[in-house]
Design a protein around this ligand. Structure first.
Ligand code: BJW
Length: 243
């Protein structure tokens, strides 16, 4: 792929970069996306599985679904797109990754300056005591899993209708309002509040770069759109920048 010279210059000299990722960045690792042809929401209803109401009415059903997804994630490895994003953290003096993904693959690839804004599939929260911990059993021994206090444990992820973690949201908003380059990778850009981040970046003066295999609402506001697979485009782009 040919890259515009102004894009290469922009990314080569930038001091502060925020990267926002969605499930498309993990697609080439074998983790399903939510929307689109093979997306989870084609086969499952979000209302039945990814809302607090769904968990209250059938915690076992919700946990069966998360247990299945944890099995997929357990086998997944970071792909070249994750690896480039980890290298970006080492390259840019001021870097922040905001991921909507719960699969933990960015951390596996080496990112540390990051916010998992929709939680992490390996973490659980006691519905009574509200404390969180990692629970790596896969498959789970008992569904639904319970806390020592006897109450239900729930996945520590953000479902529809729930607030995003305040601290993560603040870190993300501050980073976005102060960055020179805002790069989105593999997100449909339809789930709020993350869907408002590209416009926040743009109105704060950042250049917006979007990498996605299809057009999204972000395409129309992006300064640079690179259309294709993240696992192919990002390594090529990174070679052009560092080379
Ligand atoms: C590739 C590729 C490759 C594929 N290379 N690209 C304002 C207006 C309207 C509605 C709302 C609003 N504010 C809040 C809402 C309600 C709601 C919302 O946004 N609804 C919209 C869908 C209409 N938001 C919320 O409820 C949020 N809470 C909130 O705002 O609280 C306050 C509030 C509540 C209620 C009312 C008002 C205020 C919470 C959202 C939580 C989202 N949770 C999920 C599940 C997480 C846990 C889990 O994983 O199980 O998060 S849903 C799902 O969507 C998941 C994702 O993180 C999120 C985003 O999806 P993502 O990552 O973008 O994936 P896809 O599949 O959509 O897209 C993949 C993209 O990759 C595609 O574009 C492909 O083309 C591309 N791709 N392969 C490059 N190889």
């Amino acid at each position: 792929m040919e890259f515009r010279e102004d894009l290469i210059d922009l990314l080569r000299v930038a001091g502060s970069v925020v990267v926002v990722t969605g499930s498309g960045v993990s697609a080439e690792s074998g983790v399903p996306t939510f929307r689109g042809g093979d997306g989870l929401w084609r086969r499952y209803r979000a209302e039945d599985l990814a809302t607090p109401q769904a968990f209250s009415s059938d915690p076992a059903l919700v946990w069966e679904w998360y247990d299945w997804r944890r099995g997929i994630v357990a086998k997944a490895k970071p792909n070249p797109a994750h690896e480039v994003i980890a290298d970006m953290e080492r390259y840019y003096p001021d870097f922040l990754l905001v991921t909507q993904n719960v699969d933990g693959l960015h951390r596996k690839a080496g990112n540390e300056r990051m916010v998992e804004i929709h939680g992490n599939i390996w973490r659980v929260r006691c519905v009574a005591e509200l404390d969180e911990r990692f629970l790596y059993d896969n498959p789970l021994e008992v569904i639904p899993p319970k806390c020592e206090c006897g109450s239900l444990l729930r996945p520590a992820v953000v479902w529809f209708g729930e607030s995003l973690p305040f601290e993560g949201l603040t870190t993300a908003s501050e980073g976005i309002q102060n960055c020179e380059v805002f790069l989105t990778v593999g997100t449909s850009g339809v789930v709020y509040p993350v869907a408002s981040f590209p416009m926040l970046a743009k109105s704060s003066g950042a250049s917006v770069v979007d990498i996605n295999k299809d057009a999204t609402p972000i395409t129309s506001i992006a300064d640079h759109t690179l259309m294709g697979k993240a696992g192919e485009i990002l390594p090529e782009l990174w070679r052009a920048i560092k080379g």
